[in-house]
Design a protein around this ligand. Structure first.
Ligand code: ADP
Length: 473
């Protein structure tokens, strides 16, 4: 827009300036040239000022972003509890204020410098103007030109200088916009690391063989550590496979590769024997539904929150309710002031707020609504209380009937219900088998199982735990 606006102004001012130059040429051909020369210092200053502003902008990007981050921390509801409890408000406010103060000081310095050099450049133009008026006055005294000529000349020359200044400011703005355009174009030139094949293989509508991670090694862009290291796993069609392992073992990375947010550095991920790189990513993603570890809390109505996973379905209320029932959130929704039409979140309108577990169940409903043959659940029960978890796990089989499922969890009580359990550590498969097989093997799974179940068991001689104790556990 700035380019168009200033381009238009240049055209307009340029035409007027040409007319004025013709008037000035009557007094001498050298006058339009002098007009141009007298404004050259302003041109120089304009270019320099824009360059320095752009430099300031680039150099302060990180600080401006940091200040913006502190601003969000201080105003977003998600941070409010910790900020109050740990009394962090003043801490982040002073960090924010310190950054803004430095930014403002640097900007003020720049503006002061600009004002000073602009003043000097204008003073040069004024001196030229004064000399010319003296020269014309001298000519009038000697009878070489009339008072009318003097007035005409003064008007034309001072208007000419004004126009030149406007013209140069237009050029300056275009120059400045072009500097920012450079950044925009280099951003637009960023190529996706995930290439769409020229002739994609049509994606199958159903999974008949399964998913195969074949000797996959992967490191995130810019990272030196391998997130997956010669990882090999087959998820048979129609099976429920659980992946367990400590934090940072590479479990969530499997989902990211499955959705083709990244491609492996070595090896391949295959769906029914087709390398995912040969499929159109959009078609592939339509086959998958995922409950992410940190699902988005959309500030929209409950029904919309569920329907967003499949906009093509056209928000059919029956399907939405069925998905909510599957996720075990229907009853809680019905208790909300306007049921499925209740607005959630405080961002857009005065909405209701859900608990962490309820938000997660809502995301689960969203994942269930999408009728896709492959379902991936990343820590689906992490926010649920033990009753909700048991109830949900009992129904899990029915919910995923006919689908191939990948379940990521660190809870062994969840993993034990899978057909196959894969234990991952440091990006490698450590053990694989059914719950019973892994327990007999006596390896990492068996040790961790014992540790987790013993930790959850009350002391043998102690009375059965009360509700409050279970909650704490
Ligand atoms: P898990 O789900 O088993 O807890 P992840 O798959 O999320 O572990 O992460 C595996 C490793 O990859 C970790 O060391 C983590 O720090 C790293 N990692 C995860 N996401 C990114 C990312 N976007 N960029 C760089 N490294 C990442």
């Amino acid at each position: 827009m700035a380019l168009l606006e200033h381009g238009g102004s240049i055209l307009q001012n340029g035409i007027t300036l040409l007319a004025l130059a013709a008037v000035l040429a009557r007094f001498g051909m050298w006058l339009p040239v002098l007009l141009l020369l007298s404004t050259l210092p302003v041109l120089y200053v304009t270019v320099l000022a824009n360059q320095r502003y752009h430099q300031w902008w680039e150099q302060t990007t990180a600080d401006r972003r940091k200040a913006h981050y502190f601003d969000l921390l201080l105003t977003f509801p998600q941070a409010a509890s910790e900020l109050r409890l740990f009394n962090l408000g003043h801490h982040f406010h002073s960090l924010f204020a310190g950054l803004r103060l430095n930014l403002r000081a640097a900007r003020a310095d720049l503006l002061r410098w600009q004002a000073l050099v602009r003043l000097s450049a204008s003073a040069i133009a004024m001196v030229v103007m004064a000399l010319l008026v003296l020269w014309l006055g001298w000519r009038a005294v000697r009878g070489l030109s009339s008072i009318g000529d003097l007035v005409l000349f003064y008007q034309a020359f001072s208007r000419g200088q004004g126009l030149m200044r406007a013209l140069l400011s237009n050029f300056g703005q275009i120059f400045s916009s072009a500097l920012f355009l450079e950044s925009l174009f280099s951003f637009l030139e960023e190529r996706s690391q995930v290439n769409v094949p020229a002739r994609p293989v049509p994606a199958p509508t159903q999974i008949s063989q399964g998913i195969h991670f074949r000797d996959v090694s992967f490191r995130y862009p810019g990272s030196n550590e391998l997130a997956l290291d010669h990882f090999d796993l087959t998820i048979p069609a129609g099976a429920l496979v659980a992946v367990v392992g400590p934090n940072g073992a590479g479990k969530s990375t499997l989902i990211k590769l499955l959705c083709r947010f990244y491609d492996p550095n070595l090896g391949s991920v295959e769906l029914d024997g087709i390398d995912l790189r040969d499929l159109d990513p959009d078609e592939l993603r339509r086959m998958i539904t995922v409950l992410f570890q940190f699902p988005v809390r959309y500030h929209a109505s409950v029904a919309e929150n569920i329907a967003l996973s499949d906009l093509l379905l056209g928000a059919d209320r029956n399907a939405i309710q069925a998905a909510a029932r599957s996720a075990g959130i229907h009853e809680a929704i019905m208790r909300l002031p306007e049921g499925y039409d209740t607005m959630l979140g405080k961002w857009l309108a005065e909405g209701s707020e859900l608990s962490g577990g309820e938000w997660q169940k809502l995301a689960l409903a969203r994942a269930f609504l999408r009728q896709s043959p492959l379902i991936a659940l990343d820590e689906p029960t992490s926010f649920m209380d033990s009753w909700a978890e048991t109830d949900w796990l009992d129904r899990l089989r029915t919910l995923i009937a006919g689908r191939t499922a990948l379940l990521i969890t660190h809870r062994f009580t969840t993993a034990m219900r899978a057909d196959l359990i894969c234990v991952v550590d440091a990006g490698r498969v450590v053990e694989i088998g059914t719950h019973a097989e892994l327990l007999t093997r006596g390896g990492l799974y068996a040790q961790s199982w014992r540790a987790q179940t013993q930790a959850a068991q009350p002391h043998s001689e102690a009375p059965p735990p009360k509700r409050a104790q279970v909650l704490t556990a």
